[in-house]
Structures are given as C-alpha cells and as structure tokens.
Design a protein around this ligand. Structure first.
Ligand code: HEM
Length: 556
C-alpha cells in the first residue's frame, strides 16, 4: 500500500491553518508546529506531483489500458467527466472493454464499455462491487441508510422487504394519486397562463420548475403518503426546506473539499452549505417522523392485514407486510425523496424540451392522447385510469426515448472489494473506480444498430414498428437489453422504475393533451438552443430552467 502522502499533508495543512489564528494561546507545541510545517512542505508538493504525474505515468497498474484523449491536466483538474463527453471516447478510442481516464483532481478512473462487463459488475459479482465510498458517505449525510447507500446483506434484506411495494399491481394502485396531482398541475398552470393568447402572445413558463414541484408532490404522496403541496403552494415551509436541501449546488471549491476531506470531519466544518444541510435534513426528518407515527396509528386501526382504500403509498404497503423500525422508515422515505424527485422531474423536463422543438410529433401525440383518454376535466373522468402502453404507443415511445437520450443519472460508479477483481480480462486494483457511462452507452451507435434511426438523436419512432405507430417495438434497436442503462440493471436496478414510468406517462399525457409547447431558446431569453446547458450534479438539470411558450389547446 502506498504511503498516504495526500491525507497526511492535507491533515497537516488543516491543522496548520487552524493553529495560526490562535498563536497567542498556542494549542500545539512549537515542536509539533515544526513537524506540521515539515509535513506540509515535503509531503504536499510530493503528493501533488505524485497525483498528477508520477503515479499515472510511471506506477499505475492500469497504465496499459487505452486512455481517453483528455485536455492537459491544468485545464481539467477541477472538472468531473460528465454527460456525453465519453461518447466520443467510446466511438474513437479502440479498446477491449475498458478506457482509462482522469476525473476530478486527476483521480484515475475507468470507463467500462461492453455489456458483458456491465453484467459482470452489476449482476454476476454484484455484492463484490460497492458504490464509491466517498459519494456514498456524502449521500448518507443527507438521506441516511436507505437502499441507495446500504451494501451487502443489509441491502439485500431491505431490498427484499421493499421490492413487492413497487410491483406491477401496487403501481397500478397509484394511478389515482398520479392523476389527481396531474389534474391539479393542469389547473394551476392554466391559472398561471391566465388570459394570455397564442404564438408570440403565449405565456412563457419555466417547465423545469413546474416538473420539479409536480414530482415532489407525487413522490411525497405516492411514496410515503406525505403532502408537500408544492404545485399549489411553492412557498410552503416544508417545500422551502426541501429545496434548500436538495437544491444545493456546491461551488467547485466545495466539491473539491468534499472530495478530499473525510466525510466524518466534513460535518463539523463551519460551512454555510453544510449548516443548511443539517437544518433542512433535521426539519424534514422531524415532519417525516410525525407522519410515520400517524401512518402506524392508521394502520393499527385498519387491522394491518387488510388493504385500506387510502394509504396505497409505497411505504404504507411495505409497513403492512414488514416490520420496519421508525428509523428505517425515515431513511427509506428520505431515499425515495433523494432518488425519485429530481430524476423524474429531469426526465419530464427533457420530454417537454424535445416535444416543444418537434411541433409535428407533439401534435401527433396530442391526437393519440385525446383519442384514447377522456379529458381529466370531463365529469366522467375516472382517476383509476391506468395508462395502457399498447393503446398509447406514441406516448410510451416518447417516454422510452426521453429516458434513453436523457438519463437522469449519467454514470453508475463502483469500486471492487476484492484485491483480485477482473473486468474485461484486466485485473483491477482494490479501490479503483470503474464507471458505466450511461449517457454514452445509451447513444452509442454500435449498441443501437438494430434500428435505422440515428442513435445520437432523440427519435421516438425507433420504439415503433410501423410509421403509423400501430405497434410498440420492445427494444428500440438495442442489440442487448444491457445497453439501455438509464435505470441500471441487476440486483441494484432502480426499484422505482415502474413508479417513474407511470408518473411520467400520466404527467405527459395530461400536459400534451391540454397544452401546446413552443421552445423560446435557451433559458427563455431567445439564446440559441446550442447554449442550452444541461449539467450533472446528483442528477441532470438545465441551467436557468426550461422556458417554453405554453398555450391551452381547446377541446380536451
Ligand atoms: C426517471 C427517473 C429515475 C431514474 C432515471 C432513476 C435511475 C436510477 C439508477 C441509475 C439507479 C442505480 C444507481 C446505482 O446503482 O448506482 C437507481 C437506484 C434507485 N432508485 Fe431510481 N431512478 C428514477 C426514479 C426513481 C424513483 C421514482 C424512485 C422511488 C420511488 C427511485 C428509487 C431508487 C432507489 C431506492 C434506488 C436504489 C436501489 C438499490 O440500490 O437497490 N428511483 N435509480
């Protein structure tokens, strides 16, 4: 094992920095100070040179793996590789299943590039590959010990307890909740549009904001029976706390600090963003604790075993079938919030973004929706109405294609627990980060060659067998199911996939059935679309929002 120069130097630097303002009342002896200075001046420069040059060029056992053509280190040191950048590498770097690259702070990482290797990591040896400990511990700070952060037997046990609550039947039971919220969304947006007309006179709304609010309300209600009511009241106390917590976009310096300082120390640093996390997490958990106690009382009244008509949410269903402690329930609810809100909101936003640039396709979809679904405003509308993909192929194709082209999670990262792990025939040292570049895999030509449509472009038609949309194509042209990686695969595949797809189908049907969308340039300021900036934090997000012209299309 290498001497931990970086950790020693960093700890010394922090200790030194803390020490200096207190010179008058020295809390470290002069001898210790000298030792710290020696560490700083010897270890730090060596650690930097080692990280940037010696290790990657001369020492790393991964140096014979084909490397990505990246910019010089000073230009990319503070940048993580995200989004579609790896698509170029997948296409242009000849490789046998692995591409080496350098991420934030020049950390050496690998991209895995074949479906067989994805399976090896996520399926065959699933529990021997864990999530990168650093990102996991940061997640834990916010969402606690839910499915996202648990590993090994703990994960296996909790996954088993929750799995059936996300089953086909249970998600069908959630349609009334989804439709109820979609109807409220239509009403609020229609009020927001007011008497504005069409074309240049149309109202311009930030769709990303509306989708964020709708997804928050839906995950609250359908996930754990909790009312955020952010569609009708975006300024509510709980909504503010939520936005403060999950809306934190750390500055680059904070990202670097979060990377190098152990998370156990991080929580004690006097940084405003961390203080916000502490306050908001505490407030949301206190609300959740109260709500969970109420759920327990309701459940006791309805006799546990029976299925009450209300409380169809995922957590209530799980509580009926499994003994979960209050802490576990809170952690699961926090995890659903963290994993199920921004992800679905981003996918919905991207669907509207594409539709608002494709007026013909939007019109075709509207016709399909209106022909197959009664207007939610009509007296005969039944909120129990599930979306049948076979009857709404264009809608299903639009959802599929948006999920393919705009995966909310752009990379799936793992670290091996074993010293002798092999991927694509190459030995991977313990602790090395391997990533599956979801965004690139989902668009890579060789993986989608079963369709004549350009895989780099958003094209719902690839999911339809006939031009008239008569029949759904189940693969979309993918040569292997393991190249559509939006929800990951294997034992840790997204447990909420059915939930997210149902929610997306209902919200899109309601929106496109009622409104016409027309894009107004990046950030709604008439800037060219090329300037539209999709960036990735925990999930994807459009910088500045998605501003589109929105008008009511009469007749539904
Ligand atoms: C478009 C929407 C969504 C996308 C693209 C998405 C994507 C993903 C991905 C890629 C993973 C695997 C991460 C990894 O293993 O590193 C995951 C895991 C997970 N997702 Fe989702 N997700 C979405 C919606 C949801 C929803 C709505 C929920 C909850 C209701 C949810 C709950 C979870 C949970 C609990 C896990 C951890 C599963 C486990 O490790 O066993 N997700 N999601």
């Amino acid at each position: 094992m290498m001497f931990p120069y970086e950790t020693v130097a960093l700890s010394a630097a922090i200790a030194g920095a803390y020490n200096s303002p207190f010179d008058a009342e020295t809390w470290l002896s002069d001898c210790t100070k000298t030792f710290i200075h020696v560490l700083i001046f010897i270890c730090l420069p060596f650690a930097i040179l080692n990280r940037l040059y010696f290790y990657p060029l001369l020492i790393s056992p991964l140096r014979d793996i084909p490397s990505a053509p990246q910019a010089p280190v000073h230009k990319r040191l503070l940048k993580e590789v995200r989004g579609l950048e790896p698509l170029q590498w997948l296409t242009n770097v000849p490789n046998r299943g692995l591409i080496r690259y350098f991420g934030l702070l020049n950390v050496e990482c690998l991209f895995v590039t074949t479906p067989a290797a994805f399976k090896e990591i996520l399926d065959t040896k699933n529990y021997r590959w864990i999530k990168p400990p650093k990102s996991s511990s940061l997640f834990k700070l916010i969402i606690g010990d839910g499915l996202i952060t648990l590993e090994g037997p703990h994960h296996k046990e909790q996954r088993k307890l929750l799995q059936s609550s996300f089953g086909f039947r249970q998600i069908q039971d959630l349609y009334p909740t989804f439709w109820g919220k979609a109807i409220e969304l239509l009403d609020c947006m229609t009020r927001g549009i007011g008497s504005r007309g069409s074309g240049d006179d149309a109202a311009v709304l930030d769709i990303q904001d509306w989708m964020g609010r709708a997804a928050l309300d839906m995950i609250g209600l359908a996930g754990f029976g909790f009312k955020f009511d952010s569609v009708s009241n975006p300024e509510g106390e709980l909504v503010r706390q939520y936005r403060r917590l999950f809306g934190i976009k750390p500055a680059p310096v904070a990202q670097v600090l979060a990377h190098v300082i152990p998370t156990s120390l991080l929580r004690f640093l006097p940084i405003q963003a961390l203080e916000d996390v502490r306050v908001s997490t505490g407030a949301i958990k206190a609300y959740l604790s109260k709500a969970i106690q109420e759920m327990r009382v309701t459940l006791a009244k309805t006799g546990g075993g029976q299925k009450p008509v209300v409380d169809r949410d995922v957590l209530s269903v799980a509580m009926r079938d499994a003994a979960l402690s209050e802490q576990q329930l809170i952690d699961h609810a926090m995890t659903f919030l963290g994993a199920g809100q921004d992800t679905t909101a981003f996918a919905l936003t991207c669907a509207v973004m594409e539709l608002s640039q494709n007026p013909e396709l939007q019109e075709r979809l509207r016709q399909e929706i209106r022909a197959n679904l009664p207007s939610p405003a009509s007296p005969g509308f039944c909120a129990d109405y599930p979306i049948d993909p076979a009857r709404l192929p264009w809608l299903t194709a639009t959802v599929n294609e948006t999920l393919r082209c705009y995966p909310s999670v752009d990379a799936i990262g793992r670290v091996s627990l074993d010293a002798d792990a092999f991927v694509a025939g190459h030995r991977i040292p313990k602790g090395s980060i391997v990533n599956i570049p979801v965004g690139a895999v989902n668009r890579y030509g060789e993986f989608w060659s079963g369709s004549s449509f350009d895989p780099a472009k958003w094209c719902p038609e690839r999911w339809l067998d006939h031009d008239d949309g008569a029949k759904l194509n189940p693969t979309g042209g993918a040569v292997d199911p393991w190249v559509m990686m939006t929800f990951s695969r294997g034992a840790r595949q997204c447990i909420g996939e059915r939930f997210a797809r149902a929610e997306m189908a209902v919200v899109l049907a309601a929106l496109v059935g009622r409104f016409r969308f027309e894009l107004r340039g990046a950030s709604g300021k008439g800037k060219p679309m090329e300037d539209l900036d999709i960036f990735y934090g925990f999930t994807g997000c459009i910088a500045g929002g998605l501003w589109t012209g929105v008008e009511v299309v009469p007749g539904w």
